[in-house]
Design a protein around this ligand. Structure first.
Ligand SMILES: C[S@@+](CC[C@H](N)C(=O)[O-])C[C@H]1O[C@@H](n2cnc3c(N)ncnc32)[C@H](O)[C@@H]1O
Length: 282
């Protein structure tokens, strides 16, 4: 923790005395390259592949987007406010033979449309990550977000990898950390769930409470009210268990499904199809 604060301090010190301390705007983020070995780990962590569209916010010399195109067959772009770096990145992509799949634009990251991303990468500053967080949470559920060194505050990462012994300009032999988040579907609110079982009707109302990817729920059935068990959300994939306490022994019924906006559907552990519709909430 101390070393991370020192790095933050050193990054800010590089900016000179004119830096506004109270809100670190993106334009204050200095140019420091992610070591290539860390770039490789970040892309592995996100599981980047040929179907991905990767956007790097503050793309420096373009190494993340170029590596994603070259080694993983992905497409994407980087945005960067230093035009010299943008030019060098487009040139490097051309030399690497990936100019059609890796493009770079002289653009402010705060004015960049990131909605096409299936993978978003960044090496910015803690305050900038926090400023971006509300926009990131609006991305398509399942979008992977990887940050070099800085976290997202209270949004717990889905994975975190420490990479030891890498040289960085501001802190020699300083470990790097790569964080991964999977953008969760928005499930907070009340849902009406119907089990589609020929000849046997079963319905329930579930009230989901959500904090980032963490969800809990209360189930209301004709037979009474119970807490949802083992509720888990990863991108658009949801699973939970409902215990019917009126039955003895009370066996949890497992639900596996996917969220599609205001609908979710899937099957139970015993192969019954279920479908739920949002009644209220976002
Ligand atoms: C720490 S470097 C990371 C470079 C590259 N992504 C990497 O990991 O090697 C951050 C980059 O963000 C750029 N940057 C800072 N503010 C920006 C903004 N508002 N819009 C776009 N790029 C910005 C800086 O010029 C710098 O090149």
């Amino acid at each position: 923790m101390l070393s991370r604060l020192l790095v933050a301090f050193a990054l800010c010190a590089l900016l000179g005395s004119g830096a506004r301390a109270q809100d670190a705007q993106a334009e204050e983020v200095p140019y420091i390259r992610t070591p290539q070995s860390v770039v490789d780990k970040m892309l592995d962590l996100a599981g980047v592949g040929p179907d991905d569209y990767l956007i790097d916010l503050g793309s420096g010399d373009g190494r993340i987007v170029i590596t994603a195109a070259l080694k993983h067959g992905a497409r994407g772009f980087g945005v960067e406010i230093d035009p010299t770096l943008v030019q060098a990145s487009n040139e490097a992509a051309r030399k690497a033979g990936v100019a059609e799949r890796a493009q770079f634009f002289d653009r402010d990251l705060f004015e960049t449309d990131i909605s096409k991303a299936t993978v978003l990468t960044m090496y910015l500053l803690p305050a900038v990550n926090l400023q971006l967080r509300p926009r990131i949470l609006q991305l398509k559920p399942g979008t992977r977000v990887v940050s070099h060194d800085w976290d997202m505050g209270e949004w717990r990462p889905d994975a975190k990898v420490m990479l030891e012994g890498l040289n960085k300009p501001v802190m020699p032999v300083q470990a790097s950390t790569a964080y991964l988040w999977i953008v969760p579907a928005r499930v907070a609110g009340t849902w009406r769930l119907q089990l589609e079982d020929p000849g046997k009707k079963d319905a329930m109302t579930i009230e989901f409470t959500q904090r980032f990817q963490e969800i809990t729920g209360v189930v209301q059935r004709e037979r009474g009210r119970t807490l949802l068990q083992s509720a888990h959300l990863r991108g658009a994939e949801i699973r939970f268990a409902v215990i019917d306490e009126t039955r003895r022994p009370s066996v949890p019924e497992q639900f596996f499904g996917r969220v599609f906006g205001d609908t979710m559907e899937g099957s139970t552990g015993t192969g019954r199809h279920w479908r739920a519709q949002r009644q209220s909430g976002n």
